[in-house]
Design a protein around this ligand. Structure first.
Ligand SMILES: Nc1nc2c(c(=O)[nH]1)N=C([C@H](O)[C@@H](O)CO)CN2
Length: 120
């Protein structure tokens, strides 16, 4: 299966369950792998036949900046559903990292979800 990916997309948002978290914006980092057959785009050298990673990055930024969820789980689920619907993505893997949440966890904490049907 071919994939189009976006790695390390940083967006600041209101996110968190504690009172102090509702008053600030915190950094979130998004890693996105999206199943897509890239051969038609490659054959025609045509952007309209593939997933436009620039357009998808903008959509992620726009959605996340406007959001104010408690849990990273809720953000991940809603973002995945929105992207699959708006860009006709058949399968995706989405990792949401909250780098500052647990200072001792140097690689960050968060969630990783996989949704949809993985193309052969
Ligand atoms: N599985 C999760 N655990 C926790 C979350 C979360 O969104 N998902 N959130 C918090 C707090 O908001 C935390 O990030 C504050 O440091 C705690 N655990």
């Amino acid at each position: 299966m071919d994939q189009v990916f976006i790695k390390g997309l940083a967006v600041d948002a209101v996110i968190g369950v504690y009172d102090w978290e509702r008053t600030i914006r915190q950094r979130l980092v998004f890693d996105l792998d999206m199943g897509w057959d890239i051969r038609p785009a490659a054959a025609g050298d045509a952007l309209e036949h593939t997933l436009n990673y620039a357009a998808i990055s903008e959509r992620v930024q726009g959605f996340v900046e406007q959001s104010s969820f408690m849990l990273v789980e809720t953000l991940a689920e809603q973002l995945a559903a929105l992207l699959m619907s708006e860009f006709s993505i058949p399968w995706l893997r989405l990792q949401v990292t909250k780098p500052g949440a647990v200072p001792a966890a140097s690689g960050g904490v968060g969630v990783l979800i996989e949704r949809g049907v993985r193309p052969a």
